[in-house]
Write a protein that binds this ligand. Structure first.
Ligand SMILES: Cc1cc2nc3c(=O)[nH]c(=O)nc-3n(C[C@H](O)[C@H](O)[C@H](O)COP(=O)(O)OP(=O)(O)OC[C@H]3O[C@@H](n4cnc5c(N)ncnc54)[C@H](O)[C@@H]3O)c2cc1C
Length: 391
């Protein structure tokens, strides 16, 4: 056998992070990234709200948040190519989660866990909230959790491009094409077939196809429970700046954060609400008028006067079982690895997942950060890893 070749299906932030990490750690390993759209028009990595936090309910996600933030702070150095240092514009703004009475005990419980993991987070009562954020209505709020450091937002598209450049500089080869089928023999995948008929033999395959990972799974005759779930983002212009403004998460399901002199906002369906697969990537303007704007104005009264400056829609790559990443080998297919299913928190996880998956593939174990909780094995074993803090 010649050089061992890894083929990565999908060249979004995950595919590029895995490719860069593999080439850095093992320059002798041939790495091919198959990406069908170099403009990334529909890729989640180009349509993200690109925020990073430590306030999760699962320790593995808290640890990934800490790793990711440290990486992003030093991204210029990690991702420099020929002395050119990318600027991914990291802002240390913090997250502010609001909880009504019924959700306050769970918030307290998760707070203890986050503190035990070293997160700098503070619980605030409504009176303290009012002092810190005078623009906020505390109606119906019993408790809030504020990240004091290590959380914020950044330029996600910039991160994607920086990882891509780094991967190419390190010798990964990008192939423009669509994976349309695979050749399998028993517990191994032998080759990827592209839509134009090209056959690429591989010793290892990585599925990093974002919201389309379920479709790639179908080509392999396996059920990867990842579906494309549309989310709309609205760019808001308001005459009344909100100072200071962390990334706000409201119990109604909306989120809001600053972006330069504007604000970004969106809303996820609440548990039990309809969330169909594969909707066309059109902005849900109706839901803005009917749900998001009233909820925003209820929580931030000055937003009654907002104007929508622009908007876009993108897909979450939703893991419909437990809304967490699927990272590692697929049970029953020894040389198939997944890096998908991040359900709205994938761009912040790319640095840790890229490095971790490369370690797993090259050495058979995690070295920097233990990501084994994210193994797809949990699906077959009926042990979901439910993340309570999904936005
Ligand atoms: C509105 C919105 C807000 C978000 N906010 C945040 C946030 O605040 N923080 C956070 O961490 N995450 C957030 N996310 C999620 C985050 O953007 C994603 O988790 C992350 O970008 C996923 O990266 P990816 O590389 O897996 O997928 P993608 O970026 O979608 O890349 C997958 C790539 O695979 C390619 N592909 C698919 N099928 C094939 C095929 N058959 N052959 C060849 N190529 C193929 C596609 O063309 C695509 O380029 C948000 C997402 C959205 C949509």
């Amino acid at each position: 056998m010649g050089t061992s070749r890894v083929v990565i299906v999908g060249g979004g932030v995950m595919g590029c992070a895995v490719a860069a990490s593999l080439r850095q750690a093992a320059p002798e390993r041939e790495v091919v990234v198959v990406e069908r759209d170099a403009t990334y028009r529909q890729a989640s990595s180009a349509l993200s709200a690109s925020s990073i936090r430590r306030q999760f309910s699962q320790p593995v996600n808290m640890a990934i948040g800490a790793y990711g933030y440290a990486f992003l702070k030093d991204a210029a150095r990690h991702l420099a190519v020929d002395g050119e240092m990318p600027d991914i514009g990291l802002r240390d703004g913090g997250y502010l989660f609001l909880a009504p009475e019924a959700a306050a005990p769970a918030m307290r419980e998760v707070h203890e866990l986050q503190r035990a993991q070293g997160a700098e987070v503070a619980l605030l009562d409504p009176a303290e909230l009012q002092v810190r954020f005078p623009w906020l209505s505390t109606e119906g709020i019993a408790l809030a959790s504020l990240g004091l450091s290590g959380e914020g937002w950044f330029d996600g598209y910039g991160l994607l491009q920086a990882f891509r450049k780094r991967a190419i500089a390190d010798g990964a080869r990008f192939v423009a094409g669509e994976a349309a089928g695979f050749e399998r023999s028993g517990a191994r995948v032998l080759a990827v077939r592209l839509a134009d008929g090209t056959r690429i033999e591989a010793q290892e395959i990585v599925v990093a196809a974002g919201p389309w990972s379920g479709k790639v799974g179908a080509m392999l005759d396996i059920d990867i429970p990842v579906r494309a779930r549309r989310r709309s983002v609205f760019v808001l212009d308001t005459p009344d700046p909100l100072e200071p403004c962390p990334l706000l998460i409201d119990p109604s399901g909306f989120w809001l954060r600053p972006e330069g002199r504007f604000y970004l906002s969106g809303m996820s369906p609440l548990a039990g609400e309809d969330d169909p697969d594969d909707l066309p990537l059109e902005v849900a303007h109706d839901s803005f008028e009917e749900k998001l704007w009233p909820a925003l104005a209820g929580r931030v009264p000055s937003l009654e006067r907002l104007k929508v400056a622009s908007s876009w829609a993108g897909y979450y790559e939703m893991n419909t079982v437990d809304q967490n990443g699927l990272v590692g080998t697929w049970p029953g297919l020894d040389n198939l690895f997944l890096a998908t299913g991040f359900s709205g928190h994938g761009i912040q996880q790319a640095p840790a997942v890229g490095r971790g998956l490369a370690e797993l593939m090259l050495t058979g174990a995690y070295r920097s950060l233990n990501l084994s909780d994210l193994s797809p094995r949990r699906l077959a074993e009926g042990r979901p890893l439910v993340e309570r803090a999904v936005i």
